[in-house]
Ligand binder design. Sequence first.
Ligand SMILES: [Fe+2]
Length: 439
Amino acid sequence: MTVDRRGVPVSGGDGKSQDGYERALAAFNIYRGDPIALIDEVLGEAPDFVMGHIFRAYMCAGLWERSAVAEIKAGLKRLKALAPLANERERAHMGALADWAAGDWLGMRMRLGRILVEHPRDLLALQFCHLADFFNGDRDNLRDRIARALPAWAPEDESYGLLLGMHAFGLEECGDYGRAEVAGRRALELEPDDCWARHAVAHVMEMAGRQEEGIFFMQGSASHWAQDDNVFSFHNWWHTALFHLDQGDVQGALELYDQSLRPGADAVQLGLLDASALLWRLHLQGEDVGSRWQAPADHYENSDEAGFYAFNDMHAMLALVASGREAAAARLSAVEQAAKGKKTNAAMEREAGLPVVRAIAAFGRGDYGACVDLLLPVRYRAHIFGGSHAQRDVLHRTLIEAALRGGDKAMATALSHERLALKPECPFSRALGARAEAL
Ligand SMILES: [Fe+2]
């Protein structure tokens, strides 16, 4: 039996393909370079290397967009032909990928969970499922899936820091900020280029309203996470822009948007959503963002992603409503339609996506009372459609802005109290409180 560097059994391929696989996995681990190009090189020489095909399909799935489905299905077809060569774990991975392609994201996470119970050192399964837990708003598993695997790893293992970084993010999403920061900083000692661990610490600072420190922490270490080939840097720049914005530095946030967040022709949904989320925060504050809405709104209007994933639908709606596009109505209908289905996303849309896009539409037409009524019952359970607390803060911000604009002094005051209790030192929280008082 052949095993990989972590002792996990693999089939097909040879020492050379194993080495190539490790290079591709390492690129995925710290989000640098192009893991698909690296694995394609391996598969060109070793077309029977089962884990290569599995890895490739996971890299496509990690985009969490409809555009990936066809390629994953093609990969599964090739894997089906290789199934007699595959071991049990690899066949379970094929099942998990088939679930993803069928829209059964819960089923996929259950299968990966089982794989990880048997093989806690399956680093690809661990990291991919960590991302899947994020996309599915499963904060408990963001923390506990890593905790279940950690004892199977030794501090001397070369990937040990990656696990600490993932655990740090899970701890943060569960509100355990002290332990999250300790784990994240330990991971960074082991690997300063671990941009996921750095991101976890940035989240701790965001949640605690430590903006000034956050800017220093991120800007001071940019050489470790904002390299040209870092495919996650846009999101860490987004966090940095939030720190600037909540300090009242609108210009600083806009400069970061223009430098690092403005969507290009090849933008993916993950990039579009951060771009839209930042612009919407500025929009709520009444800031003029010029023509910046055009690029994300064009992408959303011309994409085939409507109704695929509720979290993307919410961000599409922000862009389409803020830029006054008629396509907002079509997006709303697509979400209504998706909510009637049986896929994992249908439950997300019913529970959170649909009321949220309706609320955004209400905000856009100036029906602030309806916006408040739609957001109040859903904002604390919207984690079902994934994202982080920091990302879903856009709901709390929209709610309080709707209360302020609707002249609902009692509601706006209560919501500003809530925010000040969470982030008492944050200039943005204080500004909202002052506006509520002045109503
Ligand atoms: Fe984040």
